[in-house]
Design a protein around this ligand. Structure first.
Ligand code: HNI
Length: 119
């Protein structure tokens, strides 16, 4: 059971934890999430179309994530993993180890662009 001072510590710190989407409806099938997902995938499509110059193609988006949203880079690893799972489901046997590796590098490059100004 939680001791009284542990409860107090949790109450004190709970409101200080960061949440990125406080203004979204986060329930399954939420229109907010579907609409946001579309925007994110469209940005990935831009990166694919500008695969030799991802940093320029995503420059505005990089400023947004670094300076305004201040996204902790660790979240990019988690999100990239989700993308890989979705790709594997859709591409099935076309999702070979080589394709997996290529996407791993591509998504890491996109993440680096969206977080590199931290470094
Ligand atoms: Ni991200 C907004 C693309 C990773 C938190 N993000 C966007 C938008 C695009 C986008 C596009 C919409 C910009 C606009 O409306 O002008 N985000 C991407 C891409 C990746 C990514 C391509 C990684 C591959 N974003 C992340 C991660 C987080 C994140 C890992 C945090 C967990 N993004 C946000 C937040 C917003 C956002 C927060 C603003 C949402 C809103 O509409 O208020």
């Amino acid at each position: 059971m939680l001791a009284a001072d542990e409860k107090r510590l949790i109450l004190l710190t709970w409101n200080k934890t960061k949440t990125y989407f406080p203004h979204f409806d986060l329930r399954p099938d939420s229109k907010h999430i579907r609409w946001h997902g579309k925007k994110v995938v469209a940005a990935l499509g831009d990166a694919v179309r500008h695969i030799d110059n991802i940093s320029e193609a995503l420059s505005a988006l990089s400023n947004l994530h670094v300076y305004s949203l201040r996204v902790d880079p660790v979240n990019f690893k988690l999100l990239c993993h989700c993308f890989q799972v979705v790709l594997a489901v859709h591409l099935a046997d076309k999702y070979t180890p080589q394709v997996h590796l290529a996407y791993d590098k591509f998504l890491a490059a996109v993440s680096a662009v969206l977080t590199k100004k931290y470094r």
